[in-house]
Design a binder for this molecule. Structure first.
Ligand SMILES: [Zn+2]
Ligand SMILES: [Zn+2]
Length: 116
């Protein structure tokens, strides 16, 4: 795996990170191409991978709470399925948790499933 390509000859160049060289951002680091011998500079851009998921509940919508399926059931919390915010389980969450469990049981016992 190479870090970058020489801007002159396209040769693959490795950045030597000894002493943390090449890690600081917004600095131009000098590098000599091992292939054509030309000097060039590079900037370090640290990238992260983000996985965006729309969260309408943080805009105009409501949180969509669902029970956390914690065991034992008494510790159930409400968790928004979009933003993963937690809230103390309401009666509604508890009811949903109980209903979900009942459904699982039901599904296990009936081959057709999908009781809704
Ligand atoms: Zn080169
Ligand atoms: Zn939410």
């Amino acid at each position: 795996m190479s870090d970058m390509n020489c801007p002159y000859c396209e040769a693959e160049c490795e950045v030597c990170h000894d002493d943390g060289h090449g890690y600081s951002e917004d600095t131009r680091h000098e590098h000599e191409c091992h292939s054509c011998g030309k000097m060039f500079v590079f900037e370090t851009v640290i990238t992260f991978d983000y996985h965006p998921i729309p969260a309408d509940c943080l805009n105009t919508g409501d949180h969509e709470w669902e029970p956390s399926f914690t065991y034992p059931i008494e510790y159930t919390k409400g968790v928004c399925k979009h933003c993963h915010k937690e809230r103390k389980a309401t009666d509604e969450d508890m009811a949903a948790a109980v209903a979900y469990r009942a459904k699982l049981k039901h599904r296990a016992s009936s081959p057709k499933g999908e009781a809704e």
